[in-house]
Structures are given as structure tokens and as C-alpha cells.
Design a protein around this ligand. Structure first.
Ligand code: COA
Length: 259
């Protein structure tokens, strides 16, 4: 498997484990449509390649991901079902083999919601999770409007999704979003060790067990991702999102008094 030319997404396969590294640290690992396409392609290849048994997704010790690249979102809005961001969401939410994630530093928007589709998640003690969709004038994505309330209960989900308040690694551990908290310098190595353990197990059993574990929710998750995507795509061009995105780029607080 090869790494795309631009180096913002690194892909490395070794000993049956494909490691995907989000590598755009100067922009806080925010994800552009080109990067979503690379992520979707990497998952697709890993899914087809019989030699790959496990995928690891990681960022940098200081930042997992600042979510969607806001400028890119305005330039290349995901306004159709095959837009790279939706391809990525479908790919990760239906990925049959195990996915292990290592998360350090901020995990904003998709940086948190993609974890809902991973099987094992290890976090640095500096991890900070947030889903500030409302603060951006948009709505949840990647099935998070379904999966976050299922995970945390409605009231805690409301703090995360309506107020858009961040929560730290201890809370993520308590609600079951992550498996373990370690020093940031150890998170990627731990994810690799756990991936190697999985890779030594019979792949057919891993795939069947994961399928059975997710079967109860699979259809509703797919349906919710589609419904959220339609709302998300529409809301991107509405006044609230336009104000939020302009404010971000102008480095000021948004004014929602008129929307
Ligand atoms: N889209 C585009 N650019 C982004 C970005 C994003 N989501 N997040 C960060 N960047 C850029 C900043 O504009 C800045 O670029 P500049 O150096 O050209 O000015 C650079 O990355 C560094 O970001 P900065 O905000 O200065 O870093 P920080 O350490 O103070 O804060 C975050 C880190 C992640 C907390 C903060 O960047 C943030 O909140 N980002 C936006 C998150 C967001 O709303 N994502 C959308 C979710 S749908």
C-alpha cells in the first residue's frame, strides 16, 4: 500500500497491520476533501487486501484532529453522497476488520465521531474530545446523533452535542468511548501492540465477531449517517454556518443573534 503524494495522510502496512497517520500538524490535522479521499481509499484497500488484518488510526502526540478543514469545506462542500467525507464515513462505519485508534490532544468533530466506529481506542492523558457542530451552525455527523446518546445517555450527550462542550480523557474512559489512558508518548505504541495481538488471531473469527457485535445497530447507523449527511450538506450553506465559518477564518467570535 502506498502513501498519497501530499503526505497529509501516511499509510504504512507491516505485519498484517495497516497504520493510517493523520499528518498535517501545522493545520492541527484538520482534514480536507483530498485527505478524506485518501482515508476512504486506504480503508477500501485494507478491506480488500487479505494480508491486512487490522487497521490502526493515529495522529500526532499533540493533536489527533481539529476536524474538517473549514476553509476546504467552503471551497469544496460535500454536497453529494459520494463526496470524500461521506465515502470515508461509510467506509469506517462498515469496516469489517478490527480498527484500533490512538488519540492524543484535541479530537474535534470527526476526530471524535470517527472513534465511535473504532473497536479499541487508546488515549493520551492530553486527549480532549469535542463535537461542536451546533457552534458551527451545522448538525452531528458520522452517526454521532445516534451513537453518542446510546453511549452516554441523553443528558451527557446534550452537553457534548447541544452545548458542544469538550470532555477530557477521564470522562471518555468513564462513558466507554476509550479503553485506556496512557502518557501521550506511549499511546501509538500501545495501539500497535494491541493491533499485533489482534493480528495474531484468526481473521474469520474477528470479522464474524465484530459483525455480530454491530448487527443490532448496523442498519440504523447507516440510515442515520445518510440522514445526518443530507442535513449537514444543506446546513453548510445556511446563514448560521456561514457566520460560524467566517468567524473562524476571521479569528473572531460568531454572532448568531440574527440566525
Ligand atoms: N480548519 C482549518 N484550519 C484549521 C482548523 C480547521 N478545522 N483547525 C485549526 N486550523 C488551523 C488554524 O487556522 C491555524 O492556521 P494558521 O496558523 O494559518 O492561522 C492553525 O491550524 C493552528 O490552529 P490554532 O487554532 O492556532 O491552534 P490551537 O492549538 O490554538 O488550537 C484547536 C487547536 C484544535 C483547539 C483549534 O485549532 C480549533 O478549535 N480548531 C477548529 C476546530 C473546529 O471547529 N473544527 C471543525 C469541526 S466540524
Amino acid at each position: 500500500m502506498t502513501t498519497p503524494d501530499n503526505q497529509d495522510i501516511l499509510i504504512h502496512t507491516e505485519a498484517a497491520v495497516t497504520t493510517i497517520t493523520i499528518n498535517r500538524v501545522d493545520k492541527k490535522n484538520s482534514i480536507t476533501s483530498v485527505m478524506y479521499a485518501a482515508l476512504a481509499d486506504a480503508l477500501d484497500s485494507a478491506s480488500r487486501d487479505a494480508a491486512v488484518r487490522v487497521v490502526v488510526i493515529q495522529g500526532h502526540e499533540t493533536i489527533f484532529s481539529a476536524g474538517n478543514d473549514i476553509r476546504d469545506f467552503l471551497d469544496v462542500p460535500p454536497d453529494h453522497a459520494d463526496a470524500p467525507v461521506f465515502r470515508f464515513m461509510r467506509g469506517i462505519s462498515t469496516f469489517a476488520k478490527p480498527i484500533v485508534a490512538s488519540v492524543c490532544g484535541p479530537a474535534v468533530g470527526i476526530g471524535t465521531t470517527l472513534l465511535l466506529h473504532c473497536d479499541l481506542v487508546y488515549a493520551g492523558d492530553n486527549a480532549a474530545f469535542s463535537m461542536p457542530f451546533v457552534n458551527l451552525g451545522i448538525c452531528p455527523e458520522a452517526g454521532s446523533s445516534l451513537l453518542v446518546p446510546q453511549l452516554m445517555g441523553h443528558q451527557r450527550a446534550a452537553e457534548a452535542l447541544l452545548l458542544g462542550e469538550p470532555f477530557m480523557a477521564e470522562t471518555a474512559l468513564e462513558v466507554g468511548l476509550i479503553n485506556r489512558i496512557v502518557p501521550p508518548s506511549e499511546a501509538n505504541a500501545l495501539a500497535q501492540r494491541q493491533a499485533q495481538k489482534l493480528a495474531a488471531k484468526p481473521l474469520s473469527s474477528l470479522i464474524e465477531t465484530k459483525r455480530l457485535m454491530k448487527k443490532g445497530n448496523a442498519a440504523v447507523v447507516a440510515e442515520r449517517i445518510e440522514e445526518e449527511g443530507a442535513s449537514f450538506g444543506r446546513m453548510l450553506s445556511e446563514p448560521a454556518a456561514r457566520e460560524a465559518f467566517s468567524a473562524f477564518m476571521e479569528k473572531r467570535k460568531p454572532d448568531f443573534s440574527q440566525v
